[in-house]
Design a protein around this ligand. Sequence first.
Ligand code: AKB
Length: 328
Amino acid sequence: RQVASDASFHSVSFSESDHPRVLITGGLGQLGVGLAKLLRKRFGKNNVILSDIRKPADNIFYSGPFIYADILDYKNLREIVVNNRITWLFHYSALLSAVGEANVPLARAVNITGLHNVLDIAAEHNLRLFVPSTIGAFGPTSPRDPTPDLCIQRPRTIYGVSKVHAELMGEYYHYRYGLDFRCLRYPGVISADSQPGGGTTDYAVQIFHDAIKTGKFQCNLKPDTRLPMMYIDDCLKATLEVMEAPAEALSMRTYNISAMSFTPEELVQEVQKHVPELQVTFNVDEVRQAIADSWPMNFDDRNARRDWGWKHDYDLPELVATMFSFLG
Ligand code: AKB
C-alpha cells in the first residue's frame, strides 16, 4: 500500500515535470506579461510564475500565479526557485538605457548584482536561464551597418556595459559550470498593451498612443536616426524558440535577432497612412540621441536564422497596422 501510493505520487509528479516550471523576474515590465501568456498557453497556467517587486493590477494577478521576488535578495530568490521547483528562469529585471544613465548606482545594482544572484541560483539549481541582451550592448566603435554577432563591443551606457557583462558571465558559466544559458540581443520592442520604461527606442511606442489620443507627437530623436526594431509577438516568439531549441543546434549562446530597421521619419510616414492629420515636431533629447547614435542601425541575425530557424513575421507596414488594430 505504501509502495503503491509512493508510485502514484511519483507518476503524478513525473507527468507534471514534462513541462518546464517557469519563473519570470521583472515580470511587470514591457515583456513579462506577454511572455507569461505565451508560455502559459504552451506549458499550462500554473507552470508559469510571474514575479516583480511591484504590485500587479487585478487582471494580471488573477490570470495566473504571481509572486513577490526581489532579485537583489538572494535568499528570497533561492526560496522561490526551490519551493516552486523552478526549471526555467527568464530574467527580465533591468533598468533600460535612458533611465540607467539617470541612476547609475541603481542600474549597476539591478543589472549587475542582480544578474550575479540569478546566475548563481541558476547554476546551483541546474536551471535553463534566459537573459535578454540588446542592441545597446554595442557602442560607437562597433560596426553599425550591419552589426554582426561577434565584433567590438564598447558601449558607453551603464545599461550596455551591464548587458555585455551579462553576455560574458552567462557564457562563462556555461563553459565553466555547464549552465544552460541562452541570450538574445533584442532590438527596440514595440507593443500595444504594455509600455516600455525609460528606453531610447520608446518613441516608437509613444507615437501610436499620441496619434490616437491627441493627434500630436513630439519626437525626442532626430528624424533620420535609424535603429533596429521588432514587434512584441516576434520578440516573444524568438524567446520561446531559442529556449526550446536543442542544445546541439546552438553554435553560440548569444544571438542577434532582427526584424526591421527604421527612422522616426519613416515611422511617421507609415503612421500617417492611418492617421493623416498627425502633427509631428522634433525636440531632441541629447542623452537619448547620443545613445542612439552609438547603436547599430541594422542588425545582422544570420546566425539565429541558420542555427534555430529564426524568422520574423512583422515588417513595418504590418507592425503599424497591428498596433492600430489593437489601440484604435
Ligand atoms: C532601450 O531603448 O533602452 C531598450 C533597448 C533597445 O534595449 N528598448
